[in-house]
Design a binder for this molecule. Structure first.
Ligand SMILES: [Zn+2]
Length: 85
């Protein structure tokens, strides 16, 4: 079960259904949600307000300087390609 803010009143709304509708741009994920205030919505999933429970983004601790990938030395650029005779 997912909880998202109700687009109408901001109360916690429960996503009761997920379904796919075809569109001209291809299949679009839709959700049906019902909020604590009695609202019911069916809308595209990507039009939902920002959900409070986003998937966690793995973040390495930023204590170390980035030593994993030193910048590669750039090869010198030739200013001009020699034109063929
Ligand atoms: Zn509502």
């Amino acid at each position: 079960m997912s909880i998202t803010p109700c687009p109408g009143c901001g109360a916690p709304a429960e996503i009761t259904e997920r379904f796919i509708l075809a569109s001209t741009d291809g299949p679009v994920a839709h959700v049906a949600l019902s909020c604590a205030g009695g609202h019911h919505y069916r809308m595209a999933a990507d039009r939902l307000p920002a959900a409070p429970s986003r998937p966690p983004v793995p973040r390495p601790s930023a204590s170390r300087p980035s030593a994993s990938r030193p910048p590669a030395p750039r090869p010198p650029r030739t200013a001009r390609t020699p034109s063929r005779p």
